[in-house]
Design a protein around this ligand. Structure first.
Ligand code: EPU
Length: 430
């Protein structure tokens, strides 16, 4: 099984280029099925989740070409199957975006119930409520969510929780419903806005994305489009915290600094310097870091997908910090692994109480999920000695060339398969 072998201690220094946002790419790929015309998408991240979704789309008849690693051309004029039930699709969360997209276009779809990272209960009641409000019948049977409608009719929908997935799914179905849909308490994340912009570029009529009320006037048909996906806010944030925790100096390029404000604010608070330019941010950590408090919240609050990365940083900062997770109920599973590296963290319910320690020491650890996996890697980069991280397949779901980008910044990290590889790595890094 592939693992990362990491020798900590080098401050990360240099430039890193951020790719397209995974969580925007997934709904944009799904939404591309809503037209029979050709869609050309650029800045597509080459990560496992997007590739699994593309495979499932190919399986139902979408023609897909990859002119280069980060572009994809899709044509959905010959979709021949409205049941999406491949082995891979069950493992990713975004499978359900095909439900909203296909329901919008064909008024009928069946999709395997979504998997995704194990970070607590991930209900889909708001998706179902939204589809039903548009006039669809929705059933869960044999591991599939099935939705069908004679016709979809616009409706006024109040989301009980601000859900990224439900907002996106209902927005796609409503884009091709009759009349006006209003989604209240909609999610405001940058990827929700990116999907709305993409749908509008295909001829949809969506207003208000990025605020908590989205108005969608349904259209009968969508057309082809050329579109570039926004940069990945979370990949960028992960490298910003990697700079902080290793006491480095990293310029994170190809970002939208506005999307990083809550992350930048916390880095400044704990004592980093952050310089912003048009499309990059530089993080310098030259002084000892300080404690702080943080609570994860929907955008523009501090993202839950950055919670493990800030926790590993605060666990090496002076004083007592408090991290409260308010989005998912079980997102501190990685704390046990971090404790094995020397962290002093007590988790009580959805709160982590962190007493900063002087150093981490390397250990054999496992990535429990995507973001926690990335956070443990950055902890290992700051640790004394050797760390091995297994289950890196989780990290590959959402980070393209993670270890190569880190290596380029001076990290000592390799992908290894066997004990012999680990010994060789040890000899090489001393
Ligand atoms: N929720 C409900 N009912 C629903 C939907 C959600 O109660 O019908 C609850 C969830 O249980 C959770 C909260 O609402 O407590 C927020 O969930 P949301 O629907 O916003 O999350 P998601 O769409 O399942 C996406 C990202 C996650 C990211 C969250 C929050 C994708 C594919 N996934 O998940 O990303 O953490 O939004 O921002 O976009 C990741 O990339 O590592 C990842 C987990």
């Amino acid at each position: 099984m592939e693992q990362y072998a990491i020798k900590g201690g080098n401050p990360l220094v240099g430039d890193v280029e951020i790719g397209g946002a995974k969580n925007a790419a997934l709904p944009i790929l799904a939404a591309s099925t809503m037209t029979d015309e050709t869609v050309f998408i650029e800045n597509m991240p080459d990560v496992r989740d997007t590739n699994v979704l593309l495979e499932a789309m190919q399986h139902i008849g979408v023609m897909i070409k990859r002119p280069d690693r980060h572009s994809v051309i899709l044509n959905s004029g010959n979709i021949n199957n409205l049941v999406v039930d491949t082995e891979g699709i069950k493992k990713i969360r975004a499978s359900y975006y095909l439900l909203g997209a296909l329901l919008g276009k064909y008024k009928c779809a069946e999709v395997a119930l979504p998997g995704g990272c194990d970070i607590g209960c991930r209900a889909i009641d708001q998706h179902i409520k939204g589809f039903r409000a548009l006039g669809a019948e929705v059933m869960i049977e044999h591991g599939l969510i099935k939705a069908r409608a004679q016709k979809l009719v616009g409706s006024h929908i109040y989301m009980d929780v601000s859900s990224v997935g439900a907002t996106i799914n209902v927005m796609m179905a409503a884009a091709m419903a009759e009349g006006m849909t209003i989604i209240e308490n909609s999610a405001k994340e940058p990827h929700v806005v990116d999907l709305a912009n993409f749908l509008n570029s295909m001829g949809a009529n969506i207003k208000g994305a990025g605020t908590d009320v989205i108005r969608i006037r349904g259209v009968q048909k969508l057309h082809g489009s050329e579109y570039a996906i926004i940069p990945d806010q979370i990949e960028a944030g992960t490298f910003m915290f990697a700079a902080a925790v290793t006491k480095g100096d990293v310029t994170v390029k190809n970002v939208i600094p506005k999307h990083l404000e809550s992350i930048t604010a916390k880095l400044l608070e704990i004592g980093c310097e952050v310089e912003e330019a048009d499309d990059c941010v530089r993080v310098v950590a030259s002084k000892p870091l300080n404690h702080t408090q943080v609570k994860t919240l929907p955008y523009p609050g501090f993202p839950t997908d950055m919670q493990p990365q800030i926790t590993v940083t605060l666990a090496l900062s002076r004083g007592t910090s408090i991290v409260t997770e308010s989005i998912f109920e079980n997102r501190f599973k990685y704390v046990d692994e971090l404790t094995r590296m020397g962290a002093n963290i007590k988790v009580e319910g959805n709160t982590a109480i962190i007493d900063g320690v002087e150093k981490y020491t390397g250990a054999s650890i496992s990535a429990p999920d995507l973001r926690a996996g990335a956070a443990l890697v950055i902890a290992a980069l700051a640790a004394e000695g050797l760390t091995t991280v297994d289950d890196i397949k989780y990290i590959e779901r959402g980070y393209e060339d993670f270890h190569l980008k880190l290596k380029n910044l001076g990290a000592m990290i390799e992908v290894v398969q066997t004990e012999k590889d680990i010994q060789k790595f040890k000899l090489r890094v001393g």
